[in-house]
Design a binder for this molecule. Structure first.
Ligand SMILES: Cc1ncc(COP(=O)(O)O)c(C=O)c1O
Length: 379
C-alpha cells in the first residue's frame, strides 16, 4: 500500500474517529467498572465529541465537567447531570450549574465558603466535595503534573470536613499505570484517612491509562477491590479521559509543498501543529506518522511544516521510505483525545473536518468548518 492509498474517500484535512476502536476501549472500561464495583465517567476535557455521547453512555456511568459549558453538553447529549470540578466558580452561573450538575467539587475551602450556601439553596439534591492534593505524583512534565511542586490544584492541608461535604476528589495521574495509582492512593489514604469514615464517595480523578496495551487491568481491579474492602460504605468514581479515546483515530493531512532550506527539508502540510495538535508543541512530543519513522535513519528525511506563520509550527525529523511530493497524504496517529477539544483557528488556517468511520466501515463527516466559524469567534 502506498501512502496515497490511505483512505482516498476521506477529504483531508480531517480528524477521523474509528468507532470500532472506541467501542473496544469502552468495553474494557466497562469490564473494569463491573468487576471492581465502581463508577467510571468520561472526563469531557479530553473528549467532548458529543455525537458519540449516546454510545459512550451505553458503557460508562456519565461524565465529569470542568466548566458550566461542559456540564451543559453532558446534560444535553448524555442526558445525565454532570459531576463538576472547576478550579473556581462564577456566581453568574449558579442557576444553570445547579440545574445541570449532580455533584460539585471545590478546589479550596474559600471556594466552598463562597459558593456552597447558594448552590445548596438552589438544589438541595446536589452532592458536594473537596478536591485534595494527595501529595504524591510520578509525572516528568511539570505542565501535566497536577500534584507536583507549586500545584494550585486541590487543598494541601485539611483539618476538618466542612458541613455538607460528602466526598473527596483527587487527580494526580497523567497517562500513568495502576502501580503509580496504587502509590498515589496510599499517599491519599495516609493524608486523609481520618475523613473517609464520614464520607459517601471518593473520586480518584483521571490519568488512568487503562486501555493502553501494557496496562495491568487485573492489578487495578485488585487495588480497587482492596480499597472497597477497607471502605465498603464509599462509592468509588474514576474519571479517565485519554483512556476512553486512546488510539481511536487519526488526523489525515495533505502535503501541499516540499521545500528545501539550508538546514531542513520540509513537507508543508495543510494542518498547523499549534492550531490543530497543540500538545505536540506543548508537551512536546512527536506523534507516530503512519509509514514513517521518527528520526533520520531512513532514506528520505523531512520535517513536517505547519500551515501557520509561527516559526516553531513544525515537527520532526521523520524518515520516509519513499520520496514525498505535493499531493501525498500523511496519517498522524492517535489524534482524538486532547486534540479536538484544544484546537484554535489561529491564522485562520482551515480547521480539519471531524469525521467518523462507523462500525459498518462507512465514513461520515460530523462537522465541516467554514469562514463563518472563523468570523463568529470574533464578533
Ligand atoms: C480533574 C481531572 N479529572 C480527569 C482528568 C482526565 O485525565 P486523563 O484524560 O489524563 O485521563 C483530568 C485531566 O486533566 C483532570 O484534570
Amino acid at each position: 500500500m502506498t501512502i496515497n492509498e490511505n483512505y482516498p474517500h476521506i477529504n483531508a484535512p480531517a480528524y477521523v474517529l474509528e468507532e470500532k476502536k472506541l467501542i473496544k476501549n469502552l468495553e474494557m472500561l466497562r469490564e473494569v467498572r463491573d468487576e471492581a464495583g465502581i463508577e467510571i465517567i468520561l472526563a469531557l476535557k479530553a473528549v467532548a465529541l458529543w455525537p458519540v455521547f449516546p454510545l459512550i453512555r451505553q458503557y460508562l456511568n456519565g461524565a465529569t465537567a470542568s466548566s458550566l459549558n461542559e456540564a451543559r453538553l453532558i446534560k444535553d447529549h448524555m442526558g445525565d447531570r454532570a459531576h463538576v470540578y472547576a478550579p473556581s466558580y462564577r456566581s453568574e452561573e449558579y442557576e444553570l450549574l445547579a440545574a445541570t450538575a449532580q455533584s460539585i467539587t471545590f478546589n479550596s475551602l474559600s471556594e466552598y465558603k463562597r459558593h456552597y450556601p447558594s448552590l445548596k439553596n438552589l438544589n438541595s439534591s446536589l452532592h458536594f466535595g473537596l478536591r485534595v492534593n494527595p501529595g504524591y505524583s510520578e509525572i516528568d512534565v511539570a505542565l501535566y503534573d497536577p500534584a507536583g511542586p507549586g500545584s494550585r490544584l486541590g487543598i494541601h492541608t485539611l483539618t476538618q470536613l466542612p458541613s455538607g461535604i460528602t466526598g473527596l476528589h483527587f487527580h494526580a495521574l497523567c497517562e500513568n499505570n495502576s502501580f503509580t495509582f496504587e502509590r498515589v492512593l496510599e499517599s491519599f489514604e495516609t493524608r486523609y484517612q481520618q475523613f473517609l469514615p464520614d464520607l459517601e464517595w471518593v473520586n480518584f480523578g483521571g490519568g488512568h491509562l487503562i486501555t493502553e496495551a501494557s496496562y495491568d487491568i487485573p492489578h487495578l481491579i485488585s487495588v480497587l477491590k482492596k480499597f472497597k474492602e477497607r471502605y465498603p460504605h464509599l462509592k468509588v468514581i474514576m474519571e479517565p479521559g485519554s483512556a476512553v479515546a486512546w488510539q481511536t483515530g487519526f488526523l489525515k493531512t495533505t502535503v501541499k509543498d516540499v521545500i528545501d532550506t539550508p538546514d531542513r527539508k520540509f513537507l508543508m502540510l495543510d494542518i498547523s501543529f499549534t492550531a490543530h495538535t497543540p500538545d505536540c508543541l506543548e508537551m512536546p512530543y512527536n506523534p507516530a506518522v503512519r509509514h514513517a519513522q521518527f528520526g533520520t535513519n531512513g532514506e528520505h528525511v523531512y520535517y513536517l511544516g505547519g500551515a501557520s506563520c509561527l516559526a516553531g509550527d513544525q515537527l520532526g525529523p521523520y524518515s520516509f521510505k519513499n520520496k514525498m511530493q505535493a499531493g501525498d497524504h500523511l496519517i498522524l496517529e492517535d489524534m482524538i483525545h486532547y486534540t479536538l477539544v484544544k484546537t484554535t483557528m489561529f491564522n485562520g488556517v482551515q480547521h480539519p473536518d471531524i469525521g467518523m468511520i462507523d462500525r459498518a466501515d462507512q465514513y461520515k463527516v460530523l462537522r465541516r468548518f467554514d469562514y463563518e466559524d472563523y468570523k463568529n469567534r470574533m464578533g
